[in-house]
Write a protein that binds this ligand. Structure first.
Ligand SMILES: NC(=O)c1ccc[n+]([C@@H]2O[C@H](COP(=O)([O-])OP(=O)(O)OC[C@H]3O[C@@H](n4cnc5c(N)ncnc54)[C@H](O)[C@@H]3O)[C@@H](O)[C@H]2O)c1
Length: 456
């Protein structure tokens, strides 16, 4: 049953604090979606939450830490996973005694959650978002929202049809370093923004891990153009404050997959462990062993797959030129076999330039801060140091505070909705199509969304 409030303007919707905006209007009993329109003192019931996908992200980011830190506001009423072993292990790791379900629709019918958290493989997100909305829940979905343009359209249509809301959890927006960049861009320090150079490096540990798992298949994760780079494209969309207009891209697979000197199905069954730099013994990590190795018997999924398997069909080297509706040009690249993990970014403006970088792995110094440098044309440079946080640069905790603690404000517009989730993925989808066609691809050609020059 849905009730839309015609008095809820788009402006109100965007300025509502971190909760899934509009939800209080739909269901005033839900505490975590409260905003100023509801008197919290009359609102004593906890929000009923269900989660589908009890893998490492579901359990860690959206499971046990949520129970521990936000138990005053929420209660888990159901967990679902297609792997029965991981479902039970996940329930124990989250530390709840709510019912578990192999059948998603049965969970929705019996547990009647107000909010559904979606942390399954990327290719399934659209189904759970659409069905979850149809069966009466608002949605919190991990990125990427969906892996192709048809699935994105399905979500846009479902939201419109049901009046439910979907929040996409872009934790990258919440790191204090990136939030500071957003503020500096809006302060006018570097004049009018004209172009951005953005280069992201995944290392031979984390980067390689994408090629071990389901992410290695385009049909599962949309390739790293969507699975990983949608994080980066969302940052660009948010920082630039305009929608992407067109994308021209290049990409190839020339390190992992068929390029390897030898291969096996997975590391535990491999005859080349002594000579392979990528050999990884998953059984030394007790948590991953319990979640994945011990449950292979149910679905045959290897969490420690060989990075040189012949079926790998995603790019490991990517570059794109993105044009924004407000004229800003972006030069972007993603490399997946770097000796260190991190990124470098530069914002060029008519009044100066801002440089920022993060080196996440193997730091070269013991500094406990990240830096931003603002250069002013014909003027002085300024070094700004931001204290480092843990959990995606401190972003994970701030994101959850904003979602689960009622009435948390959103002054930096970090709360992301379906439109943001869609546009972040559409840049990556356009990049894939551009590589195939060798032509630039217009974002407006991909869905019913009409790119705008200026966001609010
Ligand atoms: N924001 C971030 O920084 C971040 C970090 C890690 C993962 N993620 C996202 O979280 C999601 C989960 O990632 P993960 O690393 O936990 O993956 P995972 O493979 O460890 O877990 C996914 C779980 O979903 C289950 N599943 C898949 N299809 C299902 C279906 N049809 N019905 C029921 N269960 C199903 C699997 O059995 C598995 O337990 C992904 O979308 C990923 O992109 C986001």
């Amino acid at each position: 049953m849905k009730e839309n409030n015609p008095t809820m303007s788009r402006r109100n919707f965007l300025t509502v604090s971190g909760a899934i905006a509009g939800t209080t209007i739909i269901d005033p009993k839900s505490k975590i979606f409260a905003n100023s329109a509801i008197d919290m003192r009359e609102n004593t019931r906890k929000t009923r939450i269900a989660l589908v996908g009890t893998g490492v992200r579901g359990i860690g980011m959206w499971g046990n830490s949520v129970v521990r830190d936000y138990g005053d506001y929420i209660e888990f009423v159901g967990l679902c996973d297609k792997n029965p072993g991981r479902l039970e292990t996940g329930r124990q790791m989250i530390g709840v005694d709510c019912p578990t379900f192999a059948d998603f629709e049965q969970m929705m019918r019996q547990a009647k959650p107000q909010v559904l958290i979606v942390t399954t493989d990327d290719d399934t997100h659209d189904y759970f978002i659409e069905k979850g909305m149809e069966m009466g829940a608002d949605i919190i979905c991990e990125k990427p929202m969906a892996i192709d343009e048809k699935k994105i359209q399905r979500i846009i249509d479902a939201e419109k049809r049901t009046g439910r809301k979907c929040r996409v959890t872009f934790n990258y927006r919440y790191s204090p370093h990136r939030a500071k960049i957003w503020e500096i861009l809006r302060s006018g320090e570097i004049g009018k923004l004209t172009s951005v150079d953005f280069h992201w490096y995944l290392d031979t540990s984390h980067g390689a891990d994408y090629f071990r798992r389901w992410h290695r298949l385009e049909e599962k994760g949309g390739s790293l153009w969507v699975h990983k780079a949608s994080h980066h494209f969302d940052l660009l969309n948010w920082w630039i404050g305009s929608d992407p207009e067109s994308v021209y891209a290049l990409g190839s697979l020339e390190f992992y997959g068929k390029n390897g000197p030898f291969r096996a199905d997975n590391c535990r069954n491999c005859p080349h462990t002594k000579e392979c730099n990528f050999y990884w013994d998953i059984t030394r990590n007790e948590r991953l062993k319990q979640l994945y190795v011990d449950n292979e018997k149910y679905d045959g999924y290897y969490r420690d797959g060989c990075v040189f398997r012949n079926d790998i069909n995603i790019y490991d080297k990517m570059a794109a030129t993105i044009k924004y509706m407000n004229g800003v040009q972006v030069s972007y690249s993603l490399t997946t076999y770097s000796p260190y993990e991190g990124y470098r970014i530069a914002f060029n403006g008519t009044g100066g330039r801002m440089d920022a970088w993060i080196q996440e792995s193997k730091p070269t110094s013991d500094a406990n801060y990240d830096e931003i440098v603002v250069f002013r044309n014909f003027g002085k440079r300024e070094y700004i140091q931001i204290p480092q946080g843990s959990g995606h640069g401190g972003g994970d905790k701030l994101l959850k505070d904003q979602i689960f603690i009622p009435n948390t404000k959103d002054p930096l517009r970090q709360a992301a909705e379906v439109r943001d989730g869609a546009l972040s993925c559409l840049v990556g989808i356009a990049a894939r199509k551009s590589i195939a066609s060798k032509e630039p691809v217009m974002i407006k050609s991909l869905s019913s969304l009409i790119p705008q020059e200026n966001k609010l």
